[in-house]
Design a protein around this ligand. Structure first.
Ligand code: TNX
Length: 505
């Protein structure tokens, strides 16, 4: 059978279950959300109403299963999904959809068909609890509806975390009521950054956009209905030029700046004044209102220390606090934000550079610079989400050749993503337990449209999903299943990179 990610155990049986207009669907009240999703997902393509009632498809509460675990039993007579919690039932329903003809993934009918499911017994549970994908909506804004479509795509691959990189030098994408200029000014840049070697058309064009607070509430609730948690990121103290452009008093230079129109690591970082700390605590307060999930990311990556080393107030701070260097100053500054989140019962997440000047307990580390950093974080007693750039950065090109879109980094092939193992070598049992899971990353310096996002994300995100859900390493078998999976992606309108080579853009 061709499901992706591959289930933990699958035993084919004989015959098929055929869905007809009379097929009924019933669910335990606790599993109603998965049943509603299944009805909604299959309706447009199949035209099947799946009326409420016993005797067809049943979502039943099962004992002794993990929260995301399910059992799916298809006979010629019935379909049974057993789960102990709503998420498990949802993943069972996702698997059931994959057992139908790929046309079931379309948004409308394509003629009369027989909708049948092969008889099978599946027992399935994820390997990792954190199965994420970062989308950078700061470098290039992704319109709300495109983001909703991505949430569906994540859920279809049994991924459960959307890490939203909402702020960066090149744009601030989240409405903050108390500081309206963050989006009035910070969400817009005058011209597209240089570096679009093969995207000349975009040069000189302005770019922008942001999510209103209602947009965010809608996105968060849409994701929750699909068992995806949205983890917001407010990137501090570097990657903040858009915020400084909106409120120059947040910076170190005392001169106005534009929202940045170049890529790469910028020198501009926020200053270390009490007012600036208070400003970002206000921002976080609104973030907490909007995002009910446990985790909030406060960034911490790629912070040049030049401005602090040159600034009198920063030097004064270091002296007054007895800090040795700017790394310790960064730790001191970031502690305000992580302590605030901890005091509010949330879990702060930050990039692995934060380890450099000392990081308080209780901060989860997003390790992007490889196994060494992930191991360092785990040994220091932090929970870790791994996202090593070499294997999980989907903005890296998927093959050599000048037909590929503007590249960042090196080649990350489909096979390399499929072979990815989140656990760094050499960890003790205890340290291994610190690895919550992994996330792929779609940084968007050179991804300026949903079409290009599809191209970079797929099929590699399907391989990533298999790495974090199943951990099955049989790449040949994956490729066989991928041939059918691509028909599902076609049906969904996903413009993935075809196996035969690049699309002409
Ligand atoms: C590094 S990963 C970054 C991003 C870039 C990305 C490009 C990380 C925390 N920082 O700002 O977009 O590389 O691949």
């Amino acid at each position: 059978m061709t499901t992706i990610p591959a289930p933990s155990r699958l035993v084919p049986a004989g015959g098929h279950f055929v869905l007809t207009a009379a097929t009924r669907l019933t669910a335990d009240a606790r599993l109603g959300r998965a049943a509603a999703w299944l009805r909604e997902a299959l309706g447009p393509a199949t035209g099947l109403p799946l009326p409420e009632g016993p005797g067809g498809i049943e979502l039943r509460l099962g004992e002794g299963l993990g929260p995301e675990e399910y059992r799916l039993t298809v006979t010629t007579e019935s379909v049974l999904i057993e789960a102990a919690a709503p998420a498990g039932a949802f993943y069972g329903a996702q698997t059931l959809r994959q057992l139908l003809d790929p046309a079931a993934f379309r948004a409308g009918r394509t003629g009369d068909r027989t909708w049948s499911v092969p008889a099978v017994r599946i027992a399935d549970a994820p390997r990792y609890a954190w199965r994420g994908c970062l989308i950078d909506v700061a470098r290039h804004f992704l319109a709300k509806n495109d983001l909703l479509r991505y949430i569906d795509l994540l859920a279809a691959h049994k991924l459960n975390v959307l890490h939203l990189h909402l702020t960066d030098d090149q744009g601030w994408r989240l409405e903050i009521r108390k500081y309206p200029k963050l989006t009035e000014v910070g969400a817009w840049r005058r011209e597209s950054p240089r570096g679009h070697v093969r995207h000349g058309l975009l040069d000189g064009r302005p770019h922008g956009g942001f999510y209103s607070q209602d947009d965010i509430r809608e996105i968060v609730s849409y994701a929750a209905d699909r068992f995806v948690t949205v983890v917001p990121e407010i990137d501090l103290p570097g990657h903040t030029q858009a915020a400084i452009a909106a409120y120059p008093e947040l910076g170190n230079l005392g001169t106005p700046l534009d929202v940045r129109t170049e890529w790469g690591v910028g020198e501009n970082v926020i200053n270390v004044s009490d007012e600036t700390i208070a400003f970002f605590l206000d921002v976080l307060e609104e973030v907490l209102e909007l995002f009910p999930g446990e985790y909030v990311c406060v960034g911490g990556d790629e912070v040049p220390k030049t401005q602090w080393n040159d600034s009198l107030p920063a030097k004064e701070r270091m002296r007054e606090l007895g800090l040795r260097d700017a790394e310790e100053l960064q730790s001191w500054l970031m502690r305000h934000f992580t302590d605030y989140l901890l005091a509010r019962g949330r879990k702060p997440l930050g990039w692995d550079e934060l380890l450099e000047g000392g990081l308080p307990a209780g901060v989860t580390v997003a390790a992007w610079r490889g196994d060494r950093c992930a191991a360092l974080a785990a040994r220091a007693g932090h929970d870790v989400v791994v996202s090593p750039f070499a294997e999980t950065y989907l903005d890296f090109r998927q093959a050599d050749g000048d037909q590929e879109p503007v590249p960042i980094g090196s080649v990350t092939s489909l096979g390399a993503v499929h072979a990815f193992d989140p656990v760094p070598a050499g960890l003790t049992e205890n340290e291994r337990g610190r690895i919550l899971g992994a996330q792929a990353a779609l940084w968007t310096e050179h991804i300026d449209s949903p079409r290009l996002l599809d191209y970079m994300a797929f099929p590699r995100l399907a391989a990533f999903a298999e790495a974090v859900w199943s951990g099955r390493r049989d790449f040949e078998d994956f490729l066989t299943r991928l041939a059918t999976h691509e028909k599902r992606l076609d049906a969904l309108g996903v413009e993935y990179r075809p196996a035969g080579g690049p699309h002409p853009w």
